[in-house]
Design a protein around this ligand. Structure first.
Ligand SMILES: N[C@@H](CCC(=O)N[C@@H](CS)C(=O)NCC(=O)O)C(=O)O
Length: 213
């Protein structure tokens, strides 16, 4: 039985996982969970049984299911080691994970749909200020990532860590998509843009892109 991915096309967390599944050549069945405000399928009783956190993605492999994109990516890496999305060398692995965490732990969680909705609907924050909030955390995180990339000899040749793709490229491209979707000007981050452009040339990234889902 093919594994299943509970997914929403615009979810950046699910987007990371779709890219990894494509790169590793894993066939999977997509089960859409519509997060569109008003539909809110993530909160349905049926989906809560699959994922008590009411978030996507969730990956189902046989009788086992797991949420949280970082846990899914590590599971895929361990069960389908080729092509590797983490370098062998512990120092390089740590640097890849550092970049992933800047996005996965510090940018995405504060800019996620439920956070923005809470600001708007519960705290009555002005929509313009919600936009400022969103772009503030993008600039804060992307500024740090750009500085990390500038210090590395590998960055941009052509990916975050040189000629081999890594998990960092998955996190980065998904977050760039989201920043563009929210009209944040990210022209101040040339290395990020260069790496994103290199990744977008690959069919595995293209096939995973929200516009193709
Ligand atoms: N840390 C989680 C984040 C998952 C997450 O927040 N997903 C968003 C979409 S990108 C979601 O399901 N949001 C639903 C909601 O906020 O109600 C991961 O990496 O999987």
């Amino acid at each position: 039985v093919a594994p299943k991915l509970y997914d929403y096309y615009r979810s950046t967390a699910a987007y990371r996982v779709r890219i990894a599944l494509n790169l590793k050549g894993i066939d999977y069945e997509k089960i859409p969970v519509n997060l569109k405000p008003g539909l809110d399928e993530q909160h349905s009783t049926a989906y809560r049984l699959v994922n008590p956190q009411s978030r996507v993605p969730t990956y189902v492999d046989g009788f086992f299911n797991v949420g949280q994109s970082s846990a899914i990516l590590e599971y895929l890496e361990e069960t389908h080691p080729e092509p590797a999305l983490l370098p062998r060398d512990p120092v390089h692995r740590a640097k890849v994970r550092e970049l992933c965490a800047i996005i996965g732990c510090d940018i995405h969680p504060v800019n996620n749909l439920s956070i923005l909705q809470y600001l708007k609907n519960e705290l009555n924050v002005d929509p313009l200020d919600v936009q400022n909030w969103y772009s503030h955390w993008i600039h804060q995180g992307f500024g740090a990532i750009e500085a990390h990339l500038e210090r590395s000899e590998l960055a941009g040749h052509p990916y975050c860590f040189g000629e081999h793709l890594s998990m960092a490229d998955l996190y980065l491209t998904a977050q760039v998509y989201n920043a563009n979707r929210f009209d944040v000007d990210i022209s101040a981050y040339p290395l990020i843009l260069e790496i994103d452009a290199a990744c977008q040339k690959l069919p595995e990234f293209n096939k995973a892109a929200p516009e193709n889902h």
